[in-house]
Design a protein around this ligand. Structure first.
Ligand SMILES: Cc1cc2nc3c(=O)[nH]c(=O)nc-3n(C[C@H](O)[C@H](O)[C@H](O)COP(=O)(O)O)c2cc1C
Length: 184
């Protein structure tokens, strides 16, 4: 069966830089023979985790009935997750953080252990360290270490205006290369 990647976009902007990067990673994954499914979190009503722990008692089912219920099947089916986020206040976007918190329901059942997770980041500051992008990378690496997921790597670039990184051919090529590697 073909390998599948779930592509999770979290920017609310049209012409999003982080989304363009993640979609280029997905393009490389498809070129190599994989299948991708794209989820745009910004169009979904996803509430924060209630920390009720019901999911830990009922086999990994979140009791909240909202947009996340349409996302779980993509997360469960994916061999690879390609997460996209703008850097907001020196870390992940709130949209991606809420998605990850809601993944607690399934991740604590061990399903991340067989997956690879990669990250596509856009940051406003020229320097990735000064931007805080490094904190977002570290957060995902820590999630990988904790859950047993494989860290698939990241691609990142600086931009403030929409549709900036999509025009950066070198960065787009780097993103497609990452996608091809993720498929291997
Ligand atoms: C609420 C908010 C917070 C931001 N915080 C940071 C930050 O801490 N560091 C940074 O480098 N850029 C920051 N930015 C700039 C975005 O990361 C940048 O515009 C990025 O290209 C947005 O990605 P997108 O096009 O995928 O939405 C922030 C932007 C917003 C709207």
């Amino acid at each position: 069966m073909a390998k599948t990647a779930g592509v999770i976009l979290s920017s609310p902007r049209k012409g999003s830089n982080s989304s363009a990067l993640a979609l280029a990673v997905a393009g490389g994954f498809e070129e190599a023979g994989g299948l991708t499914r794209v989820v745009d979190l910004s169009g979904l009503d996803i509430k924060p985790c209630l920390a009720c722990e019901s999911c830990q008692r009922n086999g990994g089912r979140c009791v909240q009935v909202d947009g996340m219920q349409t996302v779980y099947p993509t997360v469960l089916a994916a061999d690879t997750l390609i997460l996209a986020t703008p850097v907001y206040w020196f870390n992940l976007s709130a949209q991606l953080k809420i998605f990850l918190d809601r993944c607690y329901a399934v991740a604590m059942k061990g399903i991340f252990a067989s997956k690879t997770i990669a990250l596509a980041l856009a940051h406003g500051a020229a320097d990735p360290f000064a931007s805080g992008g490094v904190n977002a990378i570290r957060s995902i690496q820590d999630i990988c270490s904790f859950t047993g997921a494989r860290w698939g790597g990241c691609v990142y670039g600086p931009a403030t205006d929409r549709e900036t990184l999509a025009k950066d051919e070198e960065l787009m090529s780097q993103a497609r290369d990452l996608g091809r590697k993720l498929w291997q």
